[in-house]
Design a protein around this ligand. Structure first.
Ligand SMILES: Cc1cc2nc3c(=O)[nH]c(=O)nc-3n(C[C@H](O)[C@H](O)[C@H](O)COP(=O)(O)OP(=O)(O)OC[C@H]3O[C@@H](n4cnc5c(N)ncnc54)[C@H](O)[C@@H]3O)c2cc1C
Length: 494
């Protein structure tokens, strides 16, 4: 019998896994994170950025519940921008460009130093289930870990298959193994496994980009932090510019000529792709009337010369990727450092879950992140937070925690997934949120600090500071309500 007993086991150390494991451990539960490698905890698989429209709201909600994503973004951001500032408060969101390497190192440090949290580098092969309840996990290295609750956050790894042109490799991310046995075991437990597709662009050597031809986009300065716990972004934190360029007729010609080699259009990939973050092949097919598409050249970090060309995700063969990127202004002599690729991965229909993210079939088993059919770090982390809190509450025999659609973006995300399901990768948008005039980024602390405090995930001092802030605002509003301004001649009399 197993020597190892935990209250909660989290499978995976991606964005969902990190928040789930930290929440459980910080709620006082003996927690284990079993993940393929410690060096990839907190890894950004695709674009080095946090936030964005609809996503910035999620980051703020994770933060006020005591999560780590906002703090990590503040500490490792290299460009911060408020989006939609010319529009109303309901659709304003924060976004930052992150230093990819520093972001994951920050997360690794927090996770490995967290009290009550043991990190095990191993692959979970099977769940131990008896009488309809999860009892633990079995790993590749022969460990049998017992527990009361399990959170699965396997992201793009569940039976993942990567495609570059005709070349297909089993893997969860470039250079990393897929999680195949666990997918089979999940099927044996009676769950259906569907497949979704996503993709990433090639990475470019910034030393071979001609920035002099391109439009420059600078950071807001001073930047506005994500976390209510960050007073300000330090003045000496370097802020880097992004640059904007565009695809051209020549780019589209190359891609069209090789469309038959794209795994998405050759019939090689059957899974449904991300509608709102399409590959460049998809853009050409779906928006055939457009003669150009934006490409944002985003720096990958402070001490790397790699650039991320946001907007040209592709599964075309490497030689074609090279050919088409060199038709883009500023990239005529560019060198590709890593090819773009498409990936298909297993997803469990989220209608199998309750609003706490526990499966209906197996008690004590929770699912969070991309495995539930979402796409994006923020969507994953928000689910990780809720699954982690609920897995901990269940292990403590306490009442579960459900956020309503009327009070949080996270509530809308989980309600949409668990009640309607999704037949394509789900991304958060402000338009999904019926109460967006009321639930906004700027009042997240007012709406949700009580929950962070309820679970002990934010301190009493932090909570009191928020109560004081809103008491002062209320006092001032009352003062303005009771003050009339009368204009007499040229004088103003109160
Ligand atoms: C090629 C690619 C392109 C993408 N493009 C986009 C995009 O354009 N836009 C967008 O919003 N998002 C994109 N994403 C998705 C984004 O990366 C994910 O949404 C996000 O990382 C999901 O977080 P997660 O925590 O669910 O899983 P992940 O970040 O994938 O983490 C999964 C974790 O589980 C671990 N793991 C897996 N199986 C096991 C096992 N059996 N035992 C132990 N540990 C295990 C892994 O080691 C890893 O730590 C892309 C991802 C990839 C790979």
């Amino acid at each position: 019998m197993s020597q190892h007993h935990f209250d909660c086991i989290v499978i995976g150390g991606g964005h969902a896994g990190v928040e789930a494991a930290l929440a459980s451990a910080r709620m006082g539960l003996k927690t284990a994170m079993v993940t393929l490698s410690v060096e990839t905890i907190g890894q950004m698989s695709c674009n080095p950025a946090i936030g964005g429209v609809g996503k910035g709201q999620l980051v703020r909600e994770i933060d006020i519940l005591g999560g780590e994503m906002g703090l990590a973004a503040d500490r490792t951001g290299i460009q911060f921008r408020q989006l939609n500032t010319s529009k109303g408060q309901a659709v304003r969101s924060s976004r930052c460009q992150s230093d990819r390497k520093r972001y994951k190192l920050y997360m690794q440090q927090v996770v490995t130093q967290q009290e009550n949290l043991t990190v095990i580098a191993d692959q979970v092969m099977e769940l131990i289930v008896s009488n309809g309840r999860v009892r633990g996990v079995k790993t590749e290295q022969g460990l049998e870990l017992e527990c009361l609750t399990v959170v699965i956050t396997t992201g793009t790894f569940l039976q993942g298959r990567m495609h570059v042109g005709k070349e297909i490799t089993s893997g969860g991310r470039r250079g990393e193994r897929a999680s195949v046995r666990l997918a089979d075991n999940i099927r044996e437990l009676g769950f259906e496994v569907l497949f979704f597709k996503t993709g990433t662009p090639p990475r470019l050597d910034g030393r071979t980009i001609d920035f002099s031809k391109l439009e420059r986009q600078d950071s807001d300065n001073p930047p506005i932090p994500f976390s209510f716990r960050t007073k300000e972004i330090p003045k000496d934190q370097p802020l880097l510019p992004c640059h904007i360029t565009h695809t051209s007729d020549a780019t589209h010609e190359v891609i069209r000529a090789h469309m038959h080699e794209s795994p998405m259009y050759s019939g090689q990939i059957k899974a449904t792709g991300v509608r709102y973050c399409p590959s460049i092949e998809d853009k050409l097919k779906k928006f055939a009337d457009k003669s150009t598409h934006h490409v944002f050249l985003e720096p990958e970090g402070m001490d790397t010369f790699e650039y991320y060309p946001n907007g040209v995700s592709t599964g075309l063969p490497l030689a074609v990727q090279e050919k088409f990127v060199r038709t883009i202004k500023g990239l005529e002599k560019v060198v590709i450092t890593q090819p773009g690729y498409a990936i298909e991965h297993g997803v469990i229909p989220a209608t199998e879950l309750t609003a706490t993210l526990e499966t209906k079939k197996v008690a004590g088993l929770f699912l969070a992140g991309q495995i539930n059919g979402t796409t994006g770090y923020e969507e994953a982390a928000a689910q990780g937070m809720i699954a982690g809190i609920n897995a901990a509450l269940q292990a403590k025999n306490q009442e579960s925690f459900i956020l309503g659609r009327h009070e949080a973006y996270t509530g809308v995300l989980i309600d949409d997934l668990t009640t309607k399901g999704t037949d394509e990768p789900y991304r958060m948008f402000t338009s999904r949120v019926e109460y967006r005039l009321i639930i906004r980024e700027d009042n997240t602390d007012q709406r949700m600090a009580k929950y962070g405090r309820q679970f002990g995930l934010i301190t009493e001092q932090e909570y009191d500071a928020i109560i004081t802030k809103y008491a002062l605002i209320e006092k001032e509003v009352e003062h303005l309500r009771n003050t009339s301004v009368v204009r007499v001649h040229n004088w103003i009399r109160f």
